[in-house]
Design a protein around this ligand. Structure first.
Ligand SMILES: [Zn+2]
Length: 558
């Protein structure tokens, strides 16, 4: 009898523990969105053997893995990537058509987040140009969360890059912070858009001088160099050599290198190619969780973190480099540390986390060329000269091109109307001409994009990336494997570092892992888009969809 009572009591205790975890928690206390800048899907597996059990592999082991997650627009670069993840729509609607773009009304390039009506907060030198999300035309899932409960939910958004902090937080974030290497000694700063002064905890963090301390380090590989068999030899011709060094090889003595970079006022930018940059951001994320009391009360909070170092290291050394491999092995440890901290502070199973990337990347063009794989250089300056000659000969000498940068041609519309020509027919003429040039795989006119509905392939991606006010008159795609360059002299054999921006799979195929509250283990090979992330969160949290949403909730998770 006593035994039976004991069993019953035990049963009651057990179920009450069970209830307190599953029944009382109707939604996660915190949503954590992690973006790893330039991470490709294959990087989850390429270095898998060396990853710890607590980082990427824990997310894959316990969480849900969407193995066929794709970007669904061109251009695949950082600002549109972050905007699309958090708005559930593409540049055609959220308006972030690039990291910067040509504004035909102002006649100049504009940055996606720079805003002369705001100032940087927390910078050592005041009155520099501030930052805001005002060019983002739709709202975000973070905005919907804030609006859902009269702003009781907190949204904090952090990164090394300003755009990667600002865009995820949407229009109503409590704060966005990024690493200012230009005007401060490596401080985390914000903008007058959010606040008039930094909270005490951020000032205290800055005063710890960690940027300075983390720069006084020597970067050696985590494991002995001979273990990096997934990568090319450390010394190879596809990598940039840092100023002050004679080869692109370990060790990187940042303490010594910073002296050279100090003269150029860029010494703190060295943290952007150091594993200590990711460490610094993780430190800052944990401080934000603690000091902002994220995930403490009933209202679900949101923390967005974007790791920028992998992108900069990819551009500097390429995908074949030991440097990039080591960055991922160490980022894995940072993610493990962050998960452990979240388990302790917010509670195991009390937060929902997703990890994805803002775009992929292609191997170094010279490396592909040496391996006889398809590659080449799309020479923008040369295209522009050829087109200018063609239009002057055909239509008469005049200023026909207002701007030709990357894959966008902006025609001079006043010249066209002065000559009594139709914009639409000049657009088509230019598109037909350019499509014949070496390296250009296709050219669509703005008129094509406005009047047709493309359902598939690169044309669909161009259409999703096209915004009538912000995009050009003719939009180009280049051959697979081609990289763009404004340098007409550049020889393919001297190209160094990775690139991205196209609609090909090397740039569009990214990881997407879900983990924590509400997520059961599994994986799917269904083709999904990054624009499906926000509507999934909307369904999980019972929120209205973001204003421009075109994505679909990921049914496998429900
Ligand atoms: Zn990049």
């Amino acid at each position: 009898m006593k035994k039976l009572i004991a069993i019953i009591i035990l049963y009651v205790i057990n179920t009450s523990i069970l209830f307190s975890q599953t029944e009382t928690l109707k939604k996660p206390k915190l949503v954590v969105g992690i973006v790893v800048d330039q991470m490709r899907f294959d990087q989850l597996y390429k270095y898998e053997e060396k990853y710890s059990n607590d980082g990427f592999k824990r997310l894959m082991r316990e969480g849900f893995n969407y193995k066929n997650t794709q970007y669904n627009y061109i251009p695949t670069v950082t600002a549109p990537g972050h905007a699309s993840i958090y708005t559930g729509t593409t540049p055609s609607m959220h308006g972030i058509v690039g990291n910067s773009w040509y504004d035909r009304y102002l006649g100049q390039d504009v940055d996606n987040v720079k805003d002369t009506t705001e100032i940087i907060i927390g910078s050592k030198e005041g009155n520099n140009t501030g930052i805001s999300p005002k060019k983002l035309l739709t709202n975000t899932i973070s905005d919907q969360l804030r609006m859902s409960n009269n702003f009781k939910s907190k949204v904090i958004s952090i990164s090394f890059k300003d755009r990667a902090a600002v865009l995820p937080g949407g229009h109503t974030a409590n704060a966005a912070y990024w690493h200012d290497w230009q005007t401060s000694p490596g401080y985390f700063v914000s903008s007058s858009y959010y606040m008039n002064e930094l909270p005490d905890w951020v000032t205290k963090f800055n005063n710890l001088g960690r940027s300075n301390q983390y720069l006084d380090t020597v970067w050696n590989t985590l494991y002995p160099l001979e273990n990096y068999i997934e990568s090319a030899a450390d010394n190879n011709k596809y990598e940039w050599i840092l100023r002050g060094k004679s080869s692109p090889t370990f060790p990187y003595d940042f303490k010594k290198l910073r002296e050279t970079y100090k003269e150029l006022n860029t010494e703190y930018q060295l943290l952007w190619i150091s594993p200590y940059g990711d460490k610094l951001l993780t430190d800052f994320a944990m401080e934000a969780i603690k000091n902002e009391n994220l995930g403490v009360d009933d209202a679900t909070d949101m923390l967005t973190i974007s790791y920028s170092v992998p992108d900069v290291v990819g551009h500097t050394f390429g995908l074949q480099s030991v440097e990039l491999e080591d960055i991922y092995l160490r980022l894995d440890l940072e993610i493990g540390k962050l998960l452990k901290y979240l388990d302790e502070k917010v509670g195991k199973g009390a937060y929902t986390l997703f990890l994805t990337s803002d775009h992929g990347a292609i191997q170094v063009a010279s490396y592909l060329n040496d391996l006889k794989l398809p590659t080449g250089i799309a020479r923008i300056a040369q295209y522009k000269d050829t087109l200018t000659g063609y239009l002057n000969t055909k239509l008469g000498d005049d200023s026909w091109i207002q701007n030709f940068d990357g894959n966008q041609v902006y025609l001079n519309r006043s010249t066209i109307s002065k000559h009594g020509l139709q914009l639409q027919s000049v657009q088509q003429d230019v598109a037909d001409f350019l499509a014949n040039l070496n390296g250009i795989s296709g050219a669509l006119t703005a008129y094509n994009l406005q009047t047709n509905e493309y359902n598939d392939g690169l044309r669909k991606l161009l259409q999703n990336g096209y915004h009538q006010k912000r995009s050009g008159d003719i939009i180009l795609t280049f051959d697979p494997g081609f990289i763009q360059s404004s340098n007409s002299e550049l020889d393919i054999s001297s190209v160094k570092g990775a690139a991205h921006g196209t609609g090909y799979a090397y740039d569009t195929h990214v990881p997407l892992l879900w983990f924590g509250y509400g997520i059961t283990h599994g994986e799917s090979i269904r083709k999904i888009s990054v624009t499906d992330i926000s509507p999934t969160l909307a369904m999980m949290l019972n929120l209205q969809l973001p204003s421009g949403n075109i994505g679909n909730p990921l049914a496998e998770l429900f």
